[in-house]
Design a protein around this ligand. Sequence first.
Ligand SMILES: *Cc1c(COP(=O)(O)O)cnc(C)c1O
Length: 394
Amino acid sequence: MNKDKRTLIRPEGLPESASWPVVTPIMPSVVYASETPDALDDQYEGRTAGYTYAREGHPNADLLARRIDTMEDAKGGIVLGSGMAAVTAVMLGLLKAGDHVVGGDQLYGRSLRLMGQDLPRMGVATTLADPTDAQAIAAAIRPETRMILVELVSNPTLRVADMAGIAAVARDKGVLLVVDNTFTTPRAFKPFAHGADIVIHSVTKLLAGHSDVTLGYAVARDPQLQKAIYDFAVTTGMTPSPFDCWLAERGLATFDLRFDRAEATAVTLADHLAGLPGVRRVLYPMRSDHPDAARAQAILGNRGCNMVSFELEGGRAAANAFARAAEGISFAPTLGDVGTTLSHPASSSHRALTPEGRAALGIGEGFFRVSVGLEEPVALCAQFTQAVSAARGA
Ligand SMILES: *Cc1c(COP(=O)(O)O)cnc(C)c1O
């Protein structure tokens, strides 16, 4: 078969080369030409492999998906246009009206919105429960419960779910366990080894790592479920861009190094913050003063994550002064970037809650979440020292 056919409208074809590129080419072609109708039959009927139309799949997406499959010890995962596309494809691809879903009560904000507003509108009932308490998850299960969605480490208080307890509940009740592994990543935690049936990622965050693409990933252990997720994603057009997939593949080349560095700096920063006057408390799952320290140790071993949260004394005035003084750190609601970013849940991710609702979660006006990046640790800690001291004067 001629893979580089010259046509009237594109007469040049590719230049000849006996050698080949070491970097994956970007393949933006939406359509793929076939030789004959017979060749197309062969392809559709699985006797040959090939692409037809990019919404159904394209080489850059597949290369990226295979890379993430390897990291998750999975097979046949798909890449989608965003992390929320992945969450949505899993839920709407597998659920039907009359089903019920149990979700962790501190899921990612848009996942909470999907559970609270969109699924009920389509006849899927939902219940939120505390994932640090497997009894609470078990108590929320009904005869028509089909799925449990949890994250191991919650945003922004970094509570650690009782994954062993929840996996036992899911197994007992015959319910699918879906784990959004965005925060911990397969470097720290592999959900399939802990009883998950489906794993989701926002590739946008640590995996791609440079805040220049939005992408998601979803994989089910059961190929039939995977097929249903894939079909829903294709039908509803959750297609990822080849260029974004290429950027994320490039980002993945340094993922292990980035994760290890950010994680090590997070440990240092958490201890540093805990020693600064004006910091009321620090939340980091690997610190012995974290409420879930024992569970974090049991499930993550000596791994951690790059997220640290802390609370300043002095409320909103201190928070404003801190953000202003932390000049070298972006105050931006994302995570997993090469640069350290700060988020203030009370004015962003958790602004829809009442002050009482936030207080119940332990999120006051002085509360910040830090996604630790790749800065030189001493310089980063110095920046926090200086900004915390500015906040004390506010
Ligand atoms: C960001 C995020 C998502 C959504 O991902 P997008 O790529 O922004 O759509 C889902 N889950 C978690 C835990 C996230 O942090």
